[in-house]
Ligand binder design. Structure first.
Ligand code: PHE
Length: 336
C-alpha cells in the first residue's frame, strides 16, 4: 500500500489530484483507514506491530502530501507574482481628451484683445424686453428698421434678444453718467432660415465706449488694433457708410482678405475685402435714453458675429459646421 501510494503521489501534478489521493488513502473510507479500523480482529501480539506499521505508512504518505502541497502553493504564488508584474518603464496610454469648441476659442481670443485694451466684460439676459432690445436703441415700435432683425417673440413685449446691444443700454443705465468701456458677448436670436451663412442663433460680441471727446478716429484705431491682433499685423480695414438706428454716423467695416491678403480670390469674390462688423458713433438719442448728456459725452459702438470672425480666421465655408458637432471637424481645432 505504501509503495503504491507513494508511486501514485509522485505522478500528481495538480492540487485536485492531490486531494483525491488524500481522500483515497487517508480519508474516512480510505485504504489505510480501512486497515487500521480492521485491527479489532487482530491478536494482542499483532495489534501493536500492525498499528506501528500503519502509523509509519500514514506519516510517510502525509509527508509526501505536505511536500507536494507546499510545492503547489509556491508555484501558485510564483505565477501570481509573475502575472501581476508591472513594467514601470512602459509609456502611459494617451487618453482622449476634449478640447475647447472653436467658437468659444475665438470668442475667448476676441475678449482677450479687448480686455488687453482695458475693456470690462458685461453680460445680460437672452430673453429681453422690447424696450431694451429695440426702443432704448432708437427703434420705436413699427419702425421699419426692425425688419433688419426679425425676432422670436415670447409675448408682445418680451423676445429673444436679436443682438447684445440691450446689454449696452443696461450698462449705461447702471453707470449713471460715468465713462464706459465694455464688451458684451453672448448668444443672440433671429428669425432667419439656417443656411451656410445664417443661423437662427449665433454669438455676438459688441463693444461700447462712452466718455468725453470720444471720436470716430478712436473707433477706427481700436478696430484696426483688434483686426491686426486677430488676423496679423498686415491686416488693414476700411469703413463703408452704412445705417443703424442706434449710431450716427454708421459704418460697416471690411478687413483685407485673410486668404489672399487683398489681391483678390474666391473667398473675397475678387474684391480683396471681407465684411466683418458694424459700428458707428452712438446716436445722441441713445445716449440720452441711457442717462448721458450728448452735449458732454460722446461714444462709439461696434458689433460683430463670433461665427463670422471664426469662419474667416479658419477658412470655413459653412456656419452649420459649428453646431453639428462632428468630431472630425471639431478635433481639428484641438491643437491649434
Ligand atoms: N447691433 C448691431 C447688430 O446686431 C451691430 C452694431 C453694434 C452696429 C453697434 C453698430 C454699432 O446688427
Amino acid at each position: 500500500l505504501r509503495v503504491e501510494a507513494l508511486q501514485e503521489l509522485q505522478q500528481v501534478d495538480n492540487p485536485q489530484q492531490l486531494n483525491d489521493l488524500r481522500v483515497k488513502y487517508l480519508g474516512k473510507k480510505g485504504a489505510l483507514t480501512e486497515i487500521l479500523r480492521g485491527m479489532g480482529g487482530l491478536s494482542a501480539e499483532e495489534r501493536p506491530v500492525i498499528g506501528q506499521v500503519g502509523n509509519e505508512v500514514r506519516a510517510a504518505i502525509e509527508g509526501v502530501i505536505d511536500e507536494k502541497q507546499n510545492a503547489f502553493l509556491a508555484a501558485e504564488t510564483e505565477n501570481r507574482l509573475r502575472a501581476e508584474t508591472i513594467d514601470v518603464t512602459l509609456p502611459g496610454k494617451a487618453l482622449p481628451t476634449g478640447a475647447v469648441h472653436p467658437l468659444n476659442k475665438v470668442a475667448q481670443e476676441i475678449e482677450d484683445v479687448f480686455v488687453g485694451l482695458g475693456y470690462s466684460i458685461a453680460e445680460g439676459p437672452e430673453v429681453e424686453t422690447d424696450y431694451f432690445n429695440f426702443e432704448a436703441l432708437n427703434l420705436p415700435k413699427n419702425h421699419p428698421a426692425r425688419d433688419m432683425q426679425d425676432s422670436f417673440y415670447i409675448t408682445e413685449d418680451i423676445l429673444m434678444r436679436t443682438h447684445t446691444s440691450p446689454v449696452q443700454v443696461r450698462t449705461m443705465q447702471q453707470m449713471n453718467g460715468k465713462p464706459i468701456k465694455v464688451i458684451c458677448p453672448g448668444k443672440v436670436y433671429r428669425r432667419d432660415d439656417d443656411d451656410a451663412t445664417h443661423s437662427f442663433m449665433f454669438n455676438q460680441i459688441e463693444g461700447l465706449v462712452v466718455g468725453p471727446n470720444i471720436r470716430m478716429s478712436d473707433l477706427k484705431g481700436t478696430l484696426l488694433q483688434f483686426v491686426q491682433q486677430m488676423y496679423g499685423e498686415q491686416a488693414q480695414i476700411r469703413l463703408r457708410p452704412s445705417f443703424f438706428p442706434f449710431t450716427e454716423p454708421s459704418a460697416e467695416v471690411d478687413v483685407t482678405c485673410v486668404q489672399c491678403g487683398g489681391h483678390g480670390c474666391r473667398m473675397c469674390k475678387q474684391t480683396g475685402w471681407l465684411e466683418i462688423l458694424g459700428c458707428g458713433m452712438v446716436h445722441p438719442r441713445v445716449l440720452e435714453m441711457g442717462g448721458y448728456d450728448p452735449k458732454e459725452v460722446s461714444g462709439f459702438a461696434f458689433g460683430m458675429g463670433v461665427e463670422r470672425i471664426a469662419l474667416l480666421k479658419y477658412g470655413i465655408d459653412d456656419i452649420r459646421h459649428f453646431y453639428t458637432n462632428d468630431q472630425r471637424f471639431l478635433s481639428q481645432f484641438a491643437r491649434m
